[in-house]
Ligand binder design. Structure first.
Ligand code: TGC
Length: 396
């Protein structure tokens, strides 16, 4: 973090923030520095997700922080974005945790749940005492949720769920899963409206979550396969406020928005270490940062970090004004992750051979960002959303 002031001196982003927003950012930066950075390289190496940090994130107010009531902080969208940025500057896995818990699982309950469901789950989730997951993606692919095959059938007054989900963050640790399924009952909406959300306590017989092994990315976090085999639920397990795919997509908007900021945190971290190294590492008798080619790389990285941050801030202000559209979120998600990956690759070249080791965070960020570019809508999905917005023609 020693070089962050130098980056900030070029472009005083802070002056665009309120005191409250700076406070959230500073608390998240301190949390990342004190609690995540000292252990992250080891956790990534050991494929370890450090669950004991979860209540600390809750105590800091970061879980569901953009939601109101039920023990949530009710912070603004920009404050939430800055927290995502600082956590992802440490590791995408920890920003992903906050996203899955707050933007996906809590947000689904907050937006679409009954008062009883909100009271039952949200206060404990805000404290980090209860963990949620969001089960949308299925094994045949995540880009087309309309093709989902998980079904919910009526069973007396209640429901029975059958199907499978994949790449579901936190599922093996979760207390509750928000499961999206196609309801086979005309009374609950036909065709496009038949997709409904269910709150499934993970202790329910027939629910199994298995962590996916062999990941070379997001190694310090947990993603799972889920099997739903005759999972019986009471009538009130359904989320009353969500009908059709606009339900899960409304939550994806929240998570994609967090990525717009988060990926810029990973990018800033890569720029910081490349900048430090460019000043301290000497080759041909002078610091490599004294070479024009290195300065050109650093300058281009700075441009993209600052442009990405300004874009994130613009989207955050629109979100706070209730005017943020899904197409605008796609602009941000696509740009932030694409540029963060390019910055990670460029930073690696400045670090030389040592850049491929875990003495630097750059390869870890690059590996994590491969997941981030794929989940919550791949690059291609966001290009097609924007293509449709521009042309009015649907190319899916
Ligand atoms: P389309 O016909 O466009 O829309 C269907 C209904 O949904 C509404 N809608 C949205 N509502 C809110 N926000 C959005 N962003 C929305 N996009 C669409 C739409 O208005 C319509 O509503 P209604 O009331 O008229 O029925 O649907 P489509 O099938 O054409 O959509 C195409 C496409 C590609 C945009 C969509 O399928 C899509 O976004 N695909 C990507 C899905 C995705 O991001 N999947 C990855 C999820 S990540 C994950 O599950 C893991 S979470 C992280 C973790 O657990 O670690």
């Amino acid at each position: 973090m020693t070089t962050a002031p130098r980056i900030d001196q070029v472009f005083d982003f802070d002056e665009l923030l309120s005191e409250e927003e700076r406070g959230w950012q500073q608390r998240a930066r301190a949390f990342a520095q004190d609690r995540i950075l000292p252990i992250i390289e080891d956790d990534f190496e050991q494929k370890h997700f450090r669950t004991e940090l979860i209540p600390e994130l809750g105590a800091a107010g970061f879980l569901g922080m953009h939601l109101s009531g039920y023990g949530c902080a009710g912070a603004g969208a920009v404050s939430y974005g800055l927290v995502c940025l600082e956590l992802e500057a440490a590791d995408s896995g920890w920003r992903t945790f906050v996203s899955v818990q707050g933007s996906l699982a809590m947000s689904a309950i907050h937006k679409y749940g009954s008062e009883e469901q909100k009271q039952q789950w949200l206060p404990g989730m805000a404290k980090g005492e209860l963990i949620g997951c969001f089960a949308l993606t299925e094994p045949q692919g995540g880009s087309d949720p309309a093709a989902m095959t998980t079904v919910a059938r009526r069973d007396g007054d209640g429901w029975v769920l059958d199907g499978a989900k994949r790449w579901i963050g936190l599922a093996s640790l979760a207390d509750v899963a928000v499961v999206w399924a196609r309801v086979e009952d005309p009374a609950y909406g036909e065709g496009g409206k038949a997709v409904r959300g269910f709150l499934v306590p993970t202790t329910t017989p027939g629910f199994t979550a298995t962590p996916i092994d062999g990941k070379l990315s997001m190694r310090a976090s947990v993603q799972c396969d889920i099997e739903l085999d005759g999972v019986r639920l009471p009538a009130d397990a359904i989320l009353p406020g969500a009908e059709g795919l606009s339900g899960p997509f409304g939550c994806l908007n929240e998570a994609r928005y967090g990525i717009v900021w988060g990926a810029m945190g990973a990018a800033r971290s890569c720029l910081e270490v490349a900048l430090d190294r460019s000043i301290t590492r000497e080759v041909f008798g002078k610091p490599i940062g004294a070479n024009q080619l290195t300065q050109a790389k650093l300058a281009d990285m700075l441009l993209e970090v600052e442009k990405g941050m300004l874009l994130a801030l613009h989207l955050g202000r629109r979100k706070e004004a209730g005017r943020l559209t899904p197409a605008q979120i796609s602009v941000g998600k696509l740009n932030s992750v694409r540029e963060a990956l390019a910055i990670a690759h460029e930073a690696r070249t400045i670090l030389g051979g040592d850049g491929i080791t875990n003495a630097f965070p750059v390869m870890r960020h690059a590996a994590n960002l491969e997941s981030v570019r794929t989940y919550e809508g791949t690059d291609e999905i966001h290009q097609l959303i924007l293509g449709r917005a521009l042309t009015g023609l649907n190319a899916f």
